[in-house]
Design a protein. Sequence first.
Lengths: 325, 452
Amino acid sequence: MATLNLLQAINQALDIAMADNERVLCFGEDVGGFGGVFRATSHLQEKYGKARCFNTPLVEQGIIGFANGLAAQGSTPVAEIQFADYIFPAFDQIVNESAKFRYRSGSLFNVGGLTIRAPYGGGISGGLYHSQSPEAYFAHTPGLKVVVPRNPHQAKGLLLAAIRDPNPVLFFEPKRLYRASTGEVPESDYQLPLGEAEVVKEGRDITLLAWGAQMEVIEEAAELAEKEGISCEIIDLRSILPWDVETVATSVLKTGRLVISHEAPLTGGFAGEIAATIQERCFLYLESPISRVTGLDTPFPLTLEKEYLPDRLKVFEAIKASMAY
Amino acid sequence: MWQLMMIKRYVIAWVYGYLLINHALKRGVRLFTTTPGKSIMTTTTSSLVHSPHFLEGDEFSIDTFALLKQDGSLYEGATAPDLDRDKALRIYHAMVFTRVLDERMLAAQRQGRLSFYMQCTGEEAAVIGSTAALDDDDMIMAQYREQGALVYRGFSCDEFMNQMFGNERDYGKGRQMPIHYGSAALHYMTISSPLATQIPQATGYAYGQKLAGDGHCTITYFGEGAASEGDFHAALNMATVHKVPVIFFCRNNGYAISTPAVEQFAADGVAPRAFGYKMRVIRVDGNDMLAVYQATLEARRLAVEQNQPVLIEAMTYRLAAHSSSDDPSGYRSKKEEEAWREKDPILRLRRWLEGREWWSDDEEKDLQERLRREVLETMKVAQKCPAPPLESLITDVYDTPTTQLNEQLAKLEAHIRLYPEAYPKSASRYSTERSAQGSSTSSDDVTDQGGH
């Protein structure tokens, strides 16, 4: 197995998908010859031609409108939005069109072939508009699937599954980890399941839940907690929509405690949805209130990014507070 | 540990910053490097001038293509397109069917039988003339006032009614308001209420057709109001950049609900925008079926044979209200409406057909009567047809319902069984299930309960 970074894993997944199915197309701003501003689509145009991997004009609503049409026609578009912060001009096309295409037509038509890739998240001195985590907006939209990988191995398997899933999928890539996260990645064509969380580490006392780049943070917090004798169970949610209630509930029934962490602001963040569902499922088993460690209810800052982010120390404190409740 | 973390973060930030800066630099270099004789900033070379002269746009004026006069004769020098009798009558029938359907369904709405309706009245030539110029397998992505296109392709009266009454035989499973038709068999994309979203989708659909190489194109319809949406610009720009076989058909009918076209744009209609995209464009008298047909035929040839997208602006008039919820007397005069009623596109085509002795008063009378009867009869049947089953609430959200959706449905079913009188459409199905297991309850009872 080769050691790849997260970008290389994504590039490999796209390469495999395009080789496997000639109806797979990759496009977006700077995606063509340049290979994307992060290089996720490097060499794809050389290998598969300009008709299948190309630049689009700078118009997100057009990119996704175009992608919806292609998917409805039976193609398998993989559209890139350069930063998740810039996905909002396409909000109408995603929320009113992609998500409702099958439902409103009674399944006469669908855009199940569509995958939208977008780098998300902070920690890279990107300020307000290169740092956001918009997963919760889309989690409120039935018909979409929302997926966030945590490392190269996961990114490749989940992206291949997303491209081949018969539903429109939003695939948010943790750009802070693009080059920082490396790991063993099989060269083969493999898929990891959508809608299924993964228990990354088993533990007894408390459940820690996150997704994407935040997984690294809760793993570090768990190390700190273990030193204090607290046994942490760590879960990667992987899919935000639909999400795996069963795996999380099973864990919390065992540990009785839950800390959820995401970079996005607290209010209306996806942790709120998880907390509500888990208290319903596990009410009599809870030893302490479900805790959320998140960004502040502010736009994403720049100079004070470190203060804003839900880092390992904030998660560690939440673990201790939960244990001592 | 802390220092390590700091360094790690610094490196990540640096790598990221480098990527952005590097990217920006490369763009900059590209901008300021010029190859002699070839510009990389525009698609043509530009001469230098030494006084600040602004263009006003009036340098261009766009004529209107017209063939048929209101009296049914051709303009001098005009030649009718090559249309045989069968095709001409197929078009005419579709126009009359559309008019009759619209009249009857608006009346039904006024009687309270239907919640909502939208008429195509006055625009039948624009919609049906253009559809008739396509191959029947070309894709249509319409806005909402293009029922005539479906009529032309053979959508049956039953199919219209089932959609409008949202019954269990509606392809859309009763999920959308009346007039949101769709047909996979007839290559007519299901209507979506948000305006202009279909326009960039048409560009994408047609790009897929181009790659498939089967010689088909997509036509997308929209009003002059919807052309103000960003999706319009996105679609046209992408279509010419990527050389896509798509026809953008603008029905400039004068009004976006109450807003007149002159408050929608300062320019000379929608057509001049094509220059900005380097797109082929034609303006056509939208009430002249022959001109619309010929223009679209030519546009299709450009699209399919040369991958040239085309913009057609059909100048027409929405003779009816925007929808059954609208009252035009608040924003336009009877006199204006009357002037356009004089330009009725159906009457114009009928006169042309009569001039060729392809149509007569008797045939007109028979057709009108047959269609009226058909509309009323199918309406009665559709109205009595049961509502879609409760499960259809959760199907088609995804390819298969999720665990959460199945749980939500089970909970809802239990609730409906608790209060059946509050949910008659669905509760009647449960009583049907029970009686099917037991004895009595005729099918008439069931449909009456489930009707509406």
